[in-house]
Every structure is written in C-alpha cells, then in structure tokens.
Design a protein around this ligand. Structure first.
Ligand SMILES: Nc1ncnc2c1ncn2[C@@H]1O[C@H](COP(=O)(O)OP(=O)(O)OP(=O)(O)O)[C@@H](O)[C@H]1O
Length: 264
C-alpha cells in the first residue's frame, strides 16, 4: 500500500491568455518531485515558505493535477479514478490543515463536526455515534462526554486540532497529509499533537506526511525527512541522518536556523 508522486511538475500562472502573453514564465512550483508514502511511516516534508510543500500536498490528495508526472495510489494513477473508487480514495487519504479554527465550522458541535465525513460516506446513522466516540478517544479528547456538545470556540487550539484529526480518523484513512499541523499551536501543546501522530502511526499503521518549515518538529516524530527548496527535493534520508550529517547547504542553513538542532 503506497501513495507515490513521481516526477511531478506544477507551474502556476502559465495558462495561455492575454495576461500571460509576453511574460517570463514563472518558475515551476514543483519541478520533478518524487515522494513515496508507505503504511505506518511518517515522512516530514521540510522547507521554507514558498518551496512547494503545500502544492505537493494538494497533488497527493488529488486536489491539484500535475502538469507532468503522476500521483498514484497502490499503482493506480489518481487521474483515472472515478465514481466509487474516487470516493474511496478521498476517504483513505485525509488532509489536516494548519489552522484548525478555519477548518472547523464555528457553530457546529464537536459530535457533528466529527460525524460529518461519516454522513458524506454513507455510514448509517446508527453507527455514527459509536464511531465518533471511538475517534475522540483515539485523539485523547476524554472523557468523550465532556467534549461532544462543545463548539470550536469552547476548545483550546490543541483540542481543536485534535477534533479536526478525529474528523479524519473516523473515516479510517490509510494516509494523513498534515500541512503545518502544529505551527499555529502554542509551543506547550505542540509536542502532544506530534506525539498523537506518532501514536496513530503505531496503532493504526497510518502513513503520515508531516509538512513543516521547522526541522525540530520534523525530527521529533518523522522516520524520514525530505527537504524541499524552490520546487525541488534537495535532500532526503532517515531523520537522524539528515539532521546529524546534512549533505546539502540548504539543509545546513535550515539546521543553523533551528536553535535546538543547530549546535555542533
Ligand atoms: N494558487 C496559486 N497561484 C499562483 N501561485 C501559487 C499558488 N499557490 C502557490 N503558488 C506559488 O507556488 C510556489 C510554492 O507555493 P507553496 O504554497 O506550495 O509553498 P509552501 O512551501 O507550501 O509555502 P508555505 O509554507 O508558505 O505554504 C510559491 O512560489 C507560491 O507563490
């Protein structure tokens, strides 16, 4: 079971038309990027703002079609998925966003937020409550009773992100694509949410892509680190190796900018 991007190219603002005439084409946001996500593994995708991380995330969940290259799940190109198979792919590959406040509907109660995907995917009403409770337990929002009827504004940032994660988990995904999931959170709760990703990888064999601009976050939980710079992968390897013996200048610069890791 794997989710694989191969030689992916994405270029923005290059559509033919009056506006683009005579302009120098923009550099590709992704320029031949390959990445493999397997079961029970956490891959951290690291790079500065604008390096192409979110664009790759959108390609991996099928929200954006590459101009060249491919993304495939278990050997099947995403662009060929239709009907039930496409719906099943959407269930199996879930995206977690940076700002849990924005991704949650403010007036909804936690029980409805977490159950929403179940309704979309046709899970019978009678099963939903039990699955919501299981998911909330899995993300550590216990006792579940005390969270079910709260609304997002009645939760802390860390709790909101856990609710968003529960809303994905309830669908029993195989992969989570988490785009800067802790960067909006208080430093004091980041480790808890990262620890949750580690636990989900162990207990549910989830394959997780953890997108972050911060190497310290990456090394905390990732098995592998992939470093992106200007739309290309400049370095990748086991997390400890990349942080202990960085091979690329850009990785060294990132390390130097990470106080906890940058010391010789
Ligand atoms: N919808 C869009 N239209 C035009 N250009 C875009 C669009 N989305 C991204 N870009 C450009 O593509 C490049 C890669 O952006 P992307 O958001 O993927 O990087 P990122 O590493 O995720 O950055 P950040 O951490 O700031 O989100 C940047 O140069 C960005 O300006």
């Amino acid at each position: 079971m794997s989710l694989v991007a191969e030689d992916v190219v994405v270029t923005y603002g290059r559509r033919p038309g009056i506006l683009s005439r005579g302009r120098t084409p923009a550099a590709p946001a992704l320029d031949g990027v390959g990445l493999t996500l397997g079961k029970g593994r956490i891959v951290a995708l690291v790079g500065e703002s604008g390096s192409g991380k979110s664009t790759l995330a959108r390609c991996l969940v099928g929200m954006q079609e590459p101009a060249a290259g491919s993304v495939s799940v278990d050997g099947t190109d995403l662009t060929t998925l239709r009907g039930r198979r496409l719906k099943d792919f959407r269930r199996r590959v879930q995206m977690i966003y940076q700002d849990p406040y924005e991704s949650l509907i403010p007036r909804q109660r936690v029980r409805d937020i977490v159950a929403e995907g179940l309704a979309i995917h046709g899970v019978p009403r009678a099963e939903r409550d039990e699955r919501v409770r299981e998911a909330l337990t899995a993300v550590g929002l216990t006792p579940v009773e005390s969270f079910l009827d709260r609304r997002p504004f009645e939760l802390s940032g860390g709790q909101r992100q856990r609710v968003a994660i529960a809303g994905s988990l309830v669908l029993e995904p195989a992969y989570l694509i988490a785009d800067e999931p802790v960067s909006m959170l208080d430093v004091s709760v980041r480790a808890g949410v990262l620890g949750l990703f580690g636990e989900l990888r162990r207990t549910r064999e989830l394959g997780i892509l953890l997108i972050t601009h911060d190497l310290a976050t990456a090394v905390h939980v990732a098995d592998r680190i992939v470093v992106m710079h200007r739309g290309r992968i400049v370095e990748e390897g086991p997390a400890r190796q990349v942080t202990a013996e960085p091979a690329h200048d850009y990785t060294r610069a990132l390390l130097a900018a990470t106080p906890d890791l940058g010391r010789p």
